[in-house]
Design a protein around this ligand. Structure first.
Ligand code: ZN
Length: 100
């Protein structure tokens, strides 16, 4: 997978935000990791829904036209791909979560 420097910076920022939220929820809720993971995945889906709705109702004029079926396939593929290979820089974060 190739990505532009902009995409890599965006990925790193989102990663930091999601790991921070994940750790906070894990510590405060006592819920099992997979429950929290599933909630996080569901939140991505609901964010998609909100952004897509905004674009269908003219709330944004950037020109993006949501196509839920194809878009969900893209999101599912991204989720599957990301679980296969953990970038070296992320291993540290995973260990921190494991000890939390
Ligand atoms: Zn837009």
């Amino acid at each position: 997978m190739s990505s532009s420097p902009n995409e890599e910076a965006a990925r790193a920022e989102l990663h930091r935000a999601v790991v921070a939220a994940f750790c906070k929820v894990m510590n405060e809720s006592g819920l099992p990791p997979m429950t929290v993971m599933s909630l996080a995945a569901a939140v991505v889906g609901s964010v998609y829904r909100e952004v897509a709705d905004q674009h269908r109702t003219g709330g944004c004029t950037c020109g993006w036209q949501p196509s839920p079926e194809a878009d969900v396939e893209i999101l599912q593929a991204a989720l599957a791909r990301a679980t296969e290979a953990v970038p070296f820089a992320d291993l540290r974060v995973v260990q921190v979560v494991g000890h939390a």
